[in-house]
Write a protein that binds this ligand. Structure first.
Ligand SMILES: *Cc1c(COP(=O)(O)O)cnc(C)c1O
Length: 407
């Protein structure tokens, strides 16, 4: 074992917005011998996870699973559907949208970035207006991030679909759901998405290491003529092998054990209950932030994220922000809790509270207690009572067990 500091008692609180806390059930499900990935036992597992994951994407179409982080699935979405020099329309919701755009540049695509201030979601009207201008249909794909993990803002994907339809434009719709799948309602088929990208280590409660492309028939058709080079990421051989529950190469077998268990857990709770739980926890977290007198980074209440909340630090007398990373260090050192840092443009003055994955009311309360105590210890000006405000928010929206039993 890698020797870290002396063992702190109790559990580490991994409240970054991914990777998230891996539940014991998933850890235990993975703690089995790796099996022959060409044998009959594997086939049953392969078929089960491929069927289960479709329900999570709310699709009847193909879902491809890669042994890769989410970044790999981003690349797969682009290289399977596009050709060198293709124009793609992307939207600057924050750090992750910017990284995806940079990747498109590296892959010799021509991304056009609709700029914004990292405090709101995708403005579908801007997409519609730009597509209407593109009479020659030179834009081949629209790429957006559903839940921008750097800002805590969730975009309206159905509205983006309508924008493309209103412009009568044939562009493909590619959506990143790496931090929303399994935590915020997402409907691949109903919203007419062509490629949905996701990853294992956020709402799905798994360790990092596998990622996904959910693929429409239109995207499959586009892949037949797309010219970007691809080998490992190519959908065709994987989909062919998946028909029998197998992969063309060694899959991440033990992570698939975990995926099977994680899907069981999501279905036992019920997807709509899972989404509702995340919304409630987002609401309670925001109640705490407001009570502390701090600012929520997301400026449009309709776009508040259910999976994380990004918080802006207050300013001192000289008009400079108190340092968010010092606050995070105080909280890590004293309470063994990790919070998300401010990424790139937001570095140093924003921190993020992850409230997604394997999470309940009391984990949220412990998380917020750690933040409130940290604010005091780090000498950050704030009002006390955030934890109380969150408790009141949760109490208002709790369904008492007695009522559930009677129903
Ligand atoms: C985490 C994340 C990524 C990057 O995924 P990796 O697994 O780190 O490669 C991309 N997009 C979003 C929205 C994310 O939250």
């Amino acid at each position: 074992m890698l020797k870290l500091n002396s063992h702190p008692s109790g559990r580490h609180f991994l409240q970054i917005p991914g990777p998230t806390n891996v539940p014991d059930r998933v850890l235990r499900a993975m703690d089995y011998p790796t099996i022959d990935h060409r044998g009959p036992e594997f086939q049953a597992l392969g078929k089960k996870v491929l069927s289960d994951i479709k329900k999570v994407f709310q699709t009847k179409s193909h879902v491809v699973i890669y042994p890769a982080s989410g970044t790999g699935a981003w690349e797969a979405a682009l290289v399977n559907t596009l050709s060198p020099g293709d124009h793609v329309l992307m939207y600057e919701t924050g750090h992750f949208a910017t990284l995806w755009k940079k990747m498109a540049d590296k892959l010799s695509l021509k991304p056009e970035f609709i700029g914004d201030d990292w405090r709101r979601g995708v403005d579908a009207d801007k997409i519609e207006a730009r597509l209407k201008e593109d009479k020659a249909h030179s834009i081949k794909a629209v790429c957006v991030v559903h839940n921008e993990t750097s800002t805590g803002v969730t975009s309206n994907i159905a509205a983006v679909r309508r924008a493309i339809d209103n412009a009568k434009h044939p562009a493909l719709l590619l959506v990143d759901t790496i931090s929303s799948l399994g935590s915020i309602d997402y409907r691949h088929d109903e919203w007419g998405v062509d490629v949905t990208v996701s990853g294992s280590q956020k709402g799905l409660m798994l360790p990092p290491g596998i990622s996904f492309n959910a693929i429409s028939e239109k995207a499959i058709a586009a892949s037949k003529t797309a010219k970007l080079p691809r080998a490992f990421w190519g959908w065709d051989e994987i989909i062919e092998a998946n028909k029998n529950g197998f992969w063309p190469y060694t899959p991440a077998t033990n992570l698939l054990y975990g995926l099977s268990e994680a899907c069981d857990m999501l279905f036992e709770e019920g997807l709509s209950n899972v989404f509702h739980r995340h919304q409630r926890h987002g609401e309670a977290t925001r109640a705490a932030v407001r009570a502390w007198g701090l600012e929520i980074l997301c400026q449009n209440p309709a776009e508040y994220s259910g999976s994380l909340t990004a918080v802006v630090m207050p300013k001192d007398a000289k008009g400079e922000y108190y340092n968010a990373d010092k606050l995070r260090k105080t909280i890590l050192d004293n309470f063994n809790m990790s919070l998300g840092q401010g990424l790139t443009k937001l570095s140093g003055y924003v921190f993020r509270i992850g409230h997604l994955g394997d999470f309940n009311d009391l984990t949220l309360m412990a998380t917020l207690s750690g933040v409130e105590m940290g604010l005091s210890l780090a000498g950050i000006p704030h009002k006390s009572g955030g934890v109380l405000a969150a408790m009141e928010s949760l109490q208002k929206s709790v369904t008492p067990v007695a009522q559930i039993k009677a129903a």
